[in-house]
Ligand binder design. Sequence first.
Ligand code: A3P
Length: 323
Amino acid sequence: GTSASSTNHTKYKEIISTLPRIEGRWRQSLQLHEYQGFWFGQNILEGIMSAQEHLKAQPTDIFICSHPKSGTTWLKALSFAILTRKRFSYSSTNPLLSELPHDVMPFIDISAFTDITSRDPELPLLSTHMPYTSLPKSIVEGKCKIIYICRDPKDLFISLWHFTSKLRGTSAETFPLEEACQKFCEGLHNYGPYWDHVLGYWKASLQFPERMLFIKYEDLQNDTFSYVKRMAEFMGCPFSMEEERQGLVQKVVDLCSFEILSNLEVNKSKKHSSAARQYLKIEKRAFFRKGKVGDWENYLTAEMAATIDQITEQKFCGSGLSF
Ligand code: A3P
């Protein structure tokens, strides 16, 4: 009830006030708090603590996990299109044609209660940006399936820089690239450090390959068709021979392509996303920028790129992971 949740609210606030804190420069007056090895803004951290305490994931739940700006929107669209292909086919009734992909499944970091109680009983999908080691116990112990997407840290950084400028409502240059790059390298942003986020899921995917599908944005771009088939198998609904003959795999690929999604009226909208309603005042269209691999080359100096690459090498050294 309301009083219980406001008690929790106070409780989380008190815990948060004892955590290491730093001024984040990505958004005006955004303070970051260090919790379980990662940095979070206050709102998100309260939501995470609440999910950690209360979320009761079902073993059949499938989690779409990512660090922000890794390709979450795309992965959500793909997983939704795959799982609902019998229900909606590819006609005008498909929710992906009228809703932002973020709005077709719950996002547990912020609104575990409200979203989950109002969720579609036929859709096992849920989403989170939480680091692996911070996931609510019921997800890990319930052996829920997880699909994780990540991306070259240089592209992720450029995507994040543009996105946060839209959050601030000022031009990207008001937070100079060089300063932003430094903060990014220090892990000082929501859900940072990025490398640790990726590593957490990577290690888990090696340990539990049957319940984790680890995807790189670059690989997904390179061969979306194969990944759609793999995702379907992984989620327990492989495409039948008949469906393949009907071209359904390609239909999913096409429906979720950057070109199609970014040109839908709903996704060109200046309206705010409802999934993000409580903490992110951001236009829906902000989730679609370029959708390309390697856009960092248009922004980063050789020095900035080298700094990021160096950290990537150091952090991923011996892990079997590279970009
Ligand atoms: P860019 O800023 O490099 O263009 P997230 O969804 O995790 O917020 O990540 C956003 C990034 O994914 C943005 O990258 C965005 O353009 C890209 N993106 C969104 N939809 C996409 C799609 N359907 N296919 C490929 N990339 C997509």
